[in-house]
Design a protein around this ligand. Structure first.
Ligand code: GDP
Length: 419
């Protein structure tokens, strides 16, 4: 892979800065970050606007750094001068980046996901299957002498939606049983009332962290120290960059990064790029002793975010090694990072393997690429780790949200899916 150069360009206008990027790095330059600010003047009077562009030469690092190009950059890129980093497809509409002053705001409900050409036949098949299962169960119910009340039918339709979205049978049964107890016969005939009650029960199954962690000094006098653990490729580094950017740029906190992921040179390089762009220090540690020393040296910061090596779950020795690194950091929070694109079996096995490291939070990444949200609900309800964040795309820092049970609940029972 050809080496890429990361450089910063400053000029009075976006056009001038972009022209400079193009002159210096050629037309394959990739815009990673843009910023507008003012220089000079007194108390804002007489200051002059400036723009700053961070760009890299050659191929983007496999879309690792995806800050949102401004409209001007996109327009310029569209004209074929430079390539703005492409935006990730958005299946899940992002909610606003979290705020520390919790309680976390309840965000608007996402639109139902559009069916792609590939999904359409599968969805049609599922619908007909759902109809068939419905008919069979209705017949069984009638045969068994159960009252075929309209209320039960509404509940039943939503029950089938849960199953269709891979919510485990026993979880769906439990939810329906509780809703049935909670609602009157009349209410059970009202799809809106039924969905509301179902969502409440589903959300209650997901233990959420509740509040976004507050960066700053913790009772023990240390900065809030947060470690992310999980398999390679699930999005740990990207999530750390999102958190670092959100805390530093949006909340003005003093953030420092530490990584022990030294197995892959690319991983360190990736985090270093983020650290440079966001403007936070990065310490690379090679041993648990290094880790303890690095955390001690960063004691004046508000937040220490620790990235770890993912390969450690492969065998027992590696888990022990990861555990030693994490213990040396003595984090206040250890978040297990799980990818929304994995199967339930893989997720549960991963949770089992990483349990030795002692995680106390879980993050679900790649919700935008997840196929069945029910799987995530099942896992969230079984791993007994509180859901801290979910990520919904590759863009730093936008595609991250505080983890909330309601969010998962609405994904498994979307508004458009119930009659
Ligand atoms: P790590 O090995 O766990 O540190 O994973 P990385 O942070 O390197 O991420 C692996 C890949 O997943 C990268 O291409 C990221 O851009 C991508 N990624 C991370 N988070 C998300 C997400 O929420 N959605 C999608 N679609 N991709 C993501």
């Amino acid at each position: 892979m050809a080496a890429t150069t990361l450089k910063m360009y400053r000029a009075r206008t976006m056009a001038d800065a972009l022209a400079e990027v193009k002159r210096d790095l050629g037309k394959d330059a990739v815009i990673l970050h843009t910023r507008a600010y003012r220089v000079g003047g007194i108390w804002g009077l007489g200051s002059k606007p400036m723009v700053e562009i961070t760009a890299s030469s050659g191929e983007p690092r496999e879309a690792r750094v995806r800050t949102r190009p401004t409209a001007a950059v996109r327009a310029y890129a569209a004209a074929g001068s430079v390539s703005a980093v492409p935006r990730a497809p958005r299946a899940v509409e992002p909610e606003p980046v979290f705020e520390t002053r919790s309680p976390v705001a309840v965000a608007p409900e996402p639109e139902p996901r559009p069916a792609s050409d590939v999904r359409a036949p599968i969805e049609a098949e599922l619908r007909s299957l759902k109809r068939m299962v419905g008919e069979v169960l209705q017949t069984t119910r009638r045969t068994a002498g159960a009252p075929a009340s309209t209320g039960s039918d509404v509940l039943f339709a939503q029950y089938l939606t849960l199953l269709e979205n891979e919510v485990a049978g026993e979880i769906a049964d439990e939810v329906v049983a509780k809703v049935r107890r909670e609602l009157s016969d009349e209410e059970q005939g009202n799809p809106v009332a039924v969905r509301k009650a179902m969502l409440k029960q589903l959300a209650a199954l997901v233990p959420a962290a509740g509040e976004v962690p507050r960066a700053g000094r913790v009772e023990d006098g240390r900065p809030l120290t947060v470690a992310l653990v999980g398999p390679t490729g699930v999005g740990k580094t990207t999530t750390i960059a999102k958190l670092a950017a959100a805390y530093k740029l949006r909340q003005g906190k003093r953030v420092a990064l530490v990584t022990s992921d030294t197995y892959r040179i690319a991983a360190v390089e990736q985090l270093r790029t983020y650290a440079e762009i966001i403007g936070v220090p990065l310490r690379v540690v090679m041993s648990p002793e290094d880790m303890a020393a690095a955390c001690g040296a960063l004691r004046d910061y508000d937040l220490i975010l620790i990235d770890t090596a993912g390969r450690s779950a492969r065998d027992g020795a590696r888990v022990e090694e990861l555990k030693a690194f994490v213990e040396a950091a003595n984090p206040h929070e250890t978040h297990l990072v799980l990818s929304g694109t994995s199967s339930e079996g893989v997720l549960m096995e991963t949770a089992r393997r990483f349990a030795a490291v002692g995680p106390n939070r879980v993050i679900f990444t790649k919700l935008d690429e997840a196929v069945n949200y029910g799987v995530l609900l099942n896992v969230a309800s079984r791993v007994s780790l509180r859901l801290s964040f979910v990520t919904t795309g590759q863009e730093v820092p936008d595609h991250i949200e505080a983890g909330r049970g309601e969010r998962l609940a609405k994904l498994v029972l979307p508004m458009g899916s119930v009659a």
